[in-house]
Design a protein around this ligand. Structure first.
Ligand SMILES: Nc1ncnc2c1ncn2[C@@H]1O[C@H](COP(=O)(O)OP(=O)(O)OP(=O)(O)O)[C@@H](O)[C@H]1O
Length: 355
């Protein structure tokens, strides 16, 4: 049985439906991210789990108990927001211990649990400092320790890393995952950053216009996006219009100009208009005259670990990412090249699935 279950949960502001029939079952110990563009209803969903926003329709269950209309403070969930919301006049230790005091935990146990929580976020030497004496990343770790110290059944994170600079943000992603694995707290995180969602979650929920459009493990989501929207929102891709011209033995042949590709035929019918999705890192630049498409290098960019090429091809402009691993000479702008890819990496999406 799911530990946290949202059953056809909807939220209306007046006549405006901002979350629609949202279903989600989360296992104990799972890390699930709600990912989607601004305004798609991520925060509202989290707020309904927390109890800060009323549920208009539907039901939320925690460990088999209906909590749909339970007051937020009696749900006992751990919450970390984008703004750390630490008490500025209290030391780090006092901030962390606050929730235990409110729950009337005896002093000795409070001291021990606060020490453990600060050690978990690697701030055991910072207990006597004030929030203003800490960096952004350290403050966010204090906020995490404060949320975890009460041993909440569920930890809710709303864009917890978005105030941090890029490098610290990446470090904190792994740190967050390490801590979550160690304590095993069921966690729901809101983010609009697809790389963050993919790198630290067990499962990702992509939301669009208040609905969950795909719920999958990160690799599955990236490799098998169910719509054009997801294929471009989760990672980048080249989309080329095509048509199903053959169906046999579960395989479909899709044509785009002179190109024919074989793809999984599930759900496709002869004559269907489709979008062929070619991920930039799956495309391989080969010498001119080889590969599946003749191209020329229009633009190249150096990204450090990779080269990014814009190639002119018979299918139009294609973006290609090539590793900077020293195995191949980088191409120059104007070079004639070929483009190849391994069998099975091409995906096909129903045309119009962006909606
Ligand atoms: N109190 C409110 N009253 C009316 N509409 C609201 C209220 N709170 C949120 N909304 C609307 O609900 C929709 C979803 O908002 P929500 O904050 O859940 O989106 P989000 O996906 O978290 O976006 P962001 O990434 O920008 O934070 C938006 O259109 C927003 O304008």
């Amino acid at each position: 049985m799911a530990f946290l279950r949202l059953d056809r949960v909807s939220k209306y502001y007046g006549d405006n439906c901002v979350v629609a029939d949202f279903d989600l079952s989360v296992e104990k110990g799972e890390f699930v991210s709600l990912l989607g563009p601004s305004g798609c209803g991520k925060t509202t969903t989290l707020q309904m789990i927390a109890g800060f926003a009323d549920v208009t329709k539907g039901r939320i269950e925690l460990d088999g108990r209906d909590i749909t209309h339970v007051q937020p403070n009696t749900r006992g969930l751990g919450i970390v927001f984008q703004s750390y919301a630490l008490f500025p006049h209290m030391t780090v230790s006092d901030n962390v211990t606050f929730g235990l005091k409110m729950r009337k935990v005896p002093k000795e146990e409070r001291v021990e649990r606060t020490r453990e929580a600060l050690a978990l976020v690697k701030l055991d030497k910072f207990g006597d400092r004030y929030p203003r004496e800490m960096s952004g990343g350290q403050r966010q770790r204090v906020a995490l320790a404060r949320a975890l110290v009460i041993n909440p059944p569920v930890l809710l994170l709303d864009e917890p890393l978005s105030n941090l600079d890029a490098k610290l943000r990446e470090e904190m992603q792994y740190e967050l995952r390490r801590i979550q694995r160690k304590v095993g707290t069921t966690t729901i995180m809101v983010t609009h950053d697809q790389a963050e969602a993919l790198s630290i979650s067990d499962r990702v929920v992509v939301m669009q216009d208040g609905r969950a459009t795909q719920v999958d493990a990160p690799y599955q989501m990236y490799e098998h996006p169910r719509s054009e929207f997801i294929s471009t929102f989760v990672g980048k891709t080249n989309l080329v219009a095509g048509k199903v011209v053959g169906l046999a033995g579960g395989q479909a042949t899709v044509e785009s100009g002179a190109l024919h590709v074989e793809v999984d035929g599930a759900g496709l019918a002869l004559g269907d208009a489709v979008q062929i999705s070619l991920r930039p890192e799956k495309l391989i630049v080969v010498p001119a005259g080889q590969g599946k498409l003749p191209c020329s290098v229009a633009v190249r960019y150096f990204l450090g670990t990779q080269w990014m090429y814009e190639l002119d091809s018979p299918l139009g402009r294609l973006t290609v990412l090539a590793p900077n691993d020293g195995s191949r000479r980088p191409q120059d702008e104007g070079d004639a090249v070929g483009l190849d890819w391994a069998a099975g990496v091409v995906r096909v999406l129903a045309a119009g699935s962006a909606k």
